[in-house]
Structures are given as C-alpha cells and as structure tokens.
Design a binder for this molecule. Structure first.
Ligand code: PMP
Length: 307
C-alpha cells in the first residue's frame, strides 16, 4: 500500500525547505548502516476543530535524546530547540487533518567504517496526514512471528534506532504474507515482547498486564499513558513477563503505539481472544484515550501542545 503524500515542507540541514529538496547523498553513513534515531509523534484535530493537539511532544523528544545518548552521541539541538522546530514546521504546513511527525537524527558523515565514534548527526523531519495505521475498530488478527525481538545487547531495543527496524520489517512482512494484520515478537527467552511497532497489553482475570521494560521492548509513550490511565480508572495493572500460552487464553488484548493508538486484538495465531469481541477494559481505555487526544478531557490537557 502506498503511503499518503507528505505535507509540502520538511526540516532539513538547519532550515525548513520543500520536501523535494530534503535529499541525502548515497554515501551517508545512516543510509549505509542504519545509524539513526527517530520518533513518531501524532497531531490530532481537536474536538471543536480549532487546533491540532500534538500528543506528549515533550516526552517524545526526551526519548529521542535518550536514544542518541544510548548511541553515545550528544546532539546539536537541545530539547527545547527540537520542540520549537516541530512547532515551526507544523505552523508552516498548517495541517487541517490528523497528522504524524517523523523526526530523524541521522549519521550524516560519509565515513566508511561502521563506527559511531567518528560520525556527526544531522536532524530532519517531515509530516504526513495520518488517520488509522492499524484498525482500532475491527479487531486485529496477529501472528507470533518466527523472528525474535532484538535483544538490548545486540541492537538497543529501548532506543528508537533506525537499524533496529529491520527486525520489525521482517516480522511484519512475515505476518502480512500469511494474511495477518501484524506480528507479535517474542524475546530470546520466549516471553512476549511487543508488536512490530507497538507495545502489547492483555487482560487476565481482570488484571491489565504488559511486558516489563526489561523484556526488550521500546519504552512506549502510549504504553506509559495506558498504565497511567489504568491507575486513574482503578483498573489493576501489572508490568511482568508474559508467557506465550498466556496470550492464547487472555480475556482481552490490545496494541498501543503512537501510530497504532489503542487497537484491540480479536485473534492471535488463529485463537480468538476472549469471545473475539472488544472487551470492557480495552473499550474503557480506548474511549478515554481518544477523548484525551481530541482535547475533551481537561484533566489531561498538559499532554497536549496546541498548534
Ligand atoms: N514498540 C516499537 C518497536 C515501536 O516502534 C513503537 C512506536 N514508536 C512502540 C513500541 C510504541 O511506542 P510509542 O507509544 O512511544 O509510539
């Protein structure tokens, strides 16, 4: 499926330019070796259609800079500067629809060696209109892939590093080839890690459960959001290792992510989850999440940056 066209303006090499002008040389280290870090941030048209609410912008750039730190790199832009660039680009593109920001820090040097110590990083960002990435209403059909989730000591799993997405791409391609919507990946020791671009939650005996931070997951901002919402909704929640066979007998399951939002799972490896319908805990969390991002819940307004 072809991706929708981007918005006309991008940030590239220190300024806002037309997207057609945002091009790199084929010798670029990041292109050759996957030496980059990136983010994915959503903007939602507010309920009264007055503004676009950028969701947890500050938290996204905190993780972005942490990913660079994991690679051992300091960055030419500070956290406030990255926020400022994002808002300037949003103003320039003036989105009237739900949208997605893709910031990227990439090794821009033409260094031959696969060596992070000698390369400089540049910053670039583009924006896309984005409605649903995975269906949040129909019930996803997922497959446990044969690809193991990258181990943190092999490619940093808690860093959002571009090269690591070979792992996601292989997993999702396998699932799609078999007719599923997406893949779930296990850790090297056989526990549930996460989806190809999302975190995993399930419900057992009324308790919301997600894999712990040490299970080679990306520390998702939506994952953190859902854990906070569960607390506010007085839904008991646990971060603990998940066995494969627990997944098959879960009462409810869903994926979370900036692109995925809160997307319920109907079936995993051909086994219906619960009765194959959206469960009550998933439904409560999904509804609150959508109300928050549209600006309908004042209590959570500090998570929104209006453009
Ligand atoms: N895991 C992976 C591998 C991802 O790519 C993403 C998307 N960034 C997530 C989890 C979810 O993270 P977030 O909620 O911060 O978007």
């Amino acid at each position: 499926m072809a991706q929708a066209a981007s918005f006309p303006y991008a940030f590239f090499e220190g300024k806002i330019v037309l997207i057609e002008e945002a091009k790199v040389n084929i010798m670029t280290h990041a292109l050759q070796y996957g030496t980059g870090v990136f983010g994915g941030i959503r903007g939602y048209v507010s309920a009264e259609k007055q503004s676009v609410n950028v969701f947890r912008l500050q938290d996204h750039y905190a993780r972005f800079l942490q990913s660079l730190k994991i690679l051992g790199k300091s960055f030419k832009y500070t956290h406030p500067e990255l926020v400022e660039i994002t808002l300037a680009l949003a103003k320039k593109n003036n989105p009237q629809t739900d949208c997605y920001f893709r910031p990227l820090a990439y090794a821009s040097s033409y260094e031959l060696a696969p060596d992070l110590s000698r390369v400089d990083f540049e910053f670039a960002m583009y924006m896309l209109p984005l409605k649903e990435y995975l269906s949040t209403s129909k019930g996803l059909r997922l497959m446990i892939t044969h690809w193991t989730r990258i181990n943190d000591n092999i490619i940093p799993s808690r860093g959002k590093v571009t090269g690591g997405y070979i792992n996601s791409s292989l997993a999702r391609a396998e699932a799609v080839r078999h007719g599923y919507d997406d893949a779930l990946l296990l850790t090297h020791d056989g526990h549930l890690a996460e989806g190809s671009g999302s975190n995993f939650f399930m419900v057992r005996e009324g308790v919301l459960i997600t894999s712990p931070k040490y299970a080679d997951v990306l520390e998702g901002i939506t994952r953190r959001t859902v854990l906070e919402l569960a607390q506010d909704l007085k839904i008991p929640a646990e971060e603990r290792e998940i066995d494969l066979t627990e997944v098959y007998i879960a009462e409810e399951a869903f994926l979370t992510g900036t692109a995925a939002q809160v997307a319920w799972i109907a079936d995993i490896d051909g086994r219906p989850i619960g009765d194959g319908k959206m469960g009550p805990i998933t439904s409560k969390i999904q509804q609150l999440f959508f109300d928050i991002v549209r600006g309908k819940e004042r209590k959570y307004s500090e998570w929104l940056t209006k453009v």
